[in-house]
Design a binder for this molecule. Sequence first.
Ligand SMILES: CC(=O)SCCNC(=O)CCNC(=O)[C@H](O)C(C)(C)COP(=O)(O)OP(=O)(O)OC[C@H]1O[C@@H](n2cnc3c(N)ncnc32)[C@H](O)[C@@H]1OP(=O)(O)O
Ligand SMILES: N[C@@H](CCO)C(=O)O
Length: 408
Amino acid sequence: MPLEREISRGRLPAAPATGTLPTPSPSSPRVRPGVPVPASSAWREGDDPGRRRFADVGPLDLEAGDRLPAVTMAYETWGTLDPDGANAVLVLHALTGDSHVTGPAAPGHRTAGWWQDLVGPGAPIDTDRWYVVAPNVLGGCQGTTGPASDAPDGRPWGGRFPYVTVRDQVAAEIALADVLGVDSWALVVGASMGGMRVLEWGAMAPDRVRALAAIATTAQTSGEQIAWAHTQLAAIRADAHFAGGHYYDAADGEGPHVGLGIARQIAHTTYRSTRELDERFGRIPQHGEQTLGGGGRFAVQSYLDHHGDKLARRFDANSYVALTESILSHDLGRDRGGVEPALAEITARSLVVAVDSDRLYLPSQSERIAAGIPDATLRTIHSDFGHDGFLIEADQLGPIVTEFLAGA
Ligand SMILES: CC(=O)SCCNC(=O)CCNC(=O)[C@H](O)C(C)(C)COP(=O)(O)OP(=O)(O)OC[C@H]1O[C@@H](n2cnc3c(N)ncnc32)[C@H](O)[C@@H]1OP(=O)(O)O
Ligand SMILES: N[C@@H](CCO)C(=O)O
């Protein structure tokens, strides 16, 4: 995709005075733990694209020592599970993604699927062939148990939500696979934070992952990645409306939208490349704004304001904190003798994809993964857009995934 120079002309609408925080509101009939969902009951894309399903997967003992007494997983499926169960594909979303991988915007999903060009009928992950499952991550805010869910006392967990690790998130996804009756996945695929879970799937359940694809990710969160995350967490926690995570019942109805927006702005800068920000925006003033002593913004400031505001309207700050902390915890080598020994134990046929301009999840981190997994192929996407290349460069990622799946 060519680098565009288009600058939005519009000013943003004012941020809402009161919060409209998304809260999990499971409304579909629940799947009971241990009761497989018959393939024939899986809803087909187009039937009701906004309808998530929910599975109660029971209690979860967490790595850091706490216990979630009840976990609900929200998920969507496309396609039909073959009678032999051999065609199941698990798609794992990144930090602020959700289960809506593909399909049109619909109630509960304000936008079309985030991997629309990669997953769907006739797409590289062809839902006419594959039974695709996409859960919302543990700790998230799109239907799966997270900080906005009710604790046993009937009030939202809020700041009391326990620390969850990437391994806890995968443990919850393994429990979901049990509920769905999927014994082994033909492919587990994800990028960024989703890629961390992909690797943990390969390490935690090697007999249940026949192939994996880890995209724009790392086997171990680095010091620099922790540093970027730290300032994002600090921005949220410094917002007086955060109140230690106990803001759902705030008397003034306010949430920490400002802090969350700033966190997103920091993050979004790391998601894009130096070259893009310089060539696309450079020093151009935002349309109609005076930057030299006039209190106005450069276009890139307006762009970041836009992305910060947009996330603050659709995401829960407590989930952002919980998921960011899970990223901090990520270390495939923890209690496994180190990263290389852990990678060496992964038996799945593996695809590792780097984005060459990614300055957050560095190509060298993908190289390390590919060098460590015995049966791994490394491919590189060439992009002007940095880390977000995994979302933008479907025309490159698609053929790579198609080729990899051809060997399935
Ligand atoms: C698995 C997952 O990660 S799911 C989550 C994926 N979704 C997100 O991350 C949401 C945030 N969005 C993004 O990160 C990106 O938009 C992507 C990766 C989805 C797509 O990237 P691009 O197509 O390059 O979009 P880009 O970064 O240019 O953003 C476009 C937006 O910026 C706005 N914009 C561009 N320039 C300016 C400006 N000067 N001032 C204000 N707004 C601006 C556009 O109007 C557009 O707004 P809209 O998205 O509300 O329509
Ligand atoms: N845009 C992606 C980047 C993180 O990988 C997200 O928000 O999840």
